[in-house]
Design a protein around this ligand. Structure first.
Ligand code: SF4
Length: 125
């Protein structure tokens, strides 16, 4: 079974993914990862480092995101809202359920990532 590391806010990005991204390699990798997550429902370990989604991203500078401060803020907000911490391991379906119940359904996405360049897409769904 697939096990993977995931930055907490990427659980939200995946929920809104519609085939757009930073580069063709990034989109291809993200599409493949999402398919595997939904098919296998693997154990996910929450991380504050480059993760399975970051592979293929042109903003990944040797394991450090070009927007490190911003994405760290997004991750911290997600962890606070779902009541988890980095290093925790949970099923992909459990992370999705927590994100739905505590962030998306109550309309709290803006508390996480209002200044993301993609918020015009994600925040209007
Ligand atoms: S607005 Fe940005 S950080 Fe928030 S879910 Fe969308 S892509 Fe992810």
């Amino acid at each position: 079974m697939l096990t993977c590391k995931l930055r907490p806010h990427h659980g939200l990005c995946i929920a809104f993914f519609e085939g757009k991204g930073y580069s063709p390699d990034f989109v291809e990798n993200m599409t493949r990862v999402i398919a595997a997550l939904n098919e296998d429902d693997p154990a996910i370990t929450l991380t504050d480092r480059a993760d399975t989604i970051c592979a293929g991203c042109p903003n990944d500078r040797g394991g450090v995101c070009e927007s490190a401060d911003k994405v760290a803020r997004y991750d911290a907000a997600v962890l606070r809202l779902i009541g988890r911490k980095c290093g925790d391991t949970l099923r992909w379906s459990e992370l999705c359920a927590l994100a739905d119940a505590r962030i998306l359904d109550p309309g709290r996405l803006g508390e996480v990532c209002l200044d993301c360049q993609w918020y015009g897409i994600c925040g209007n769904k």
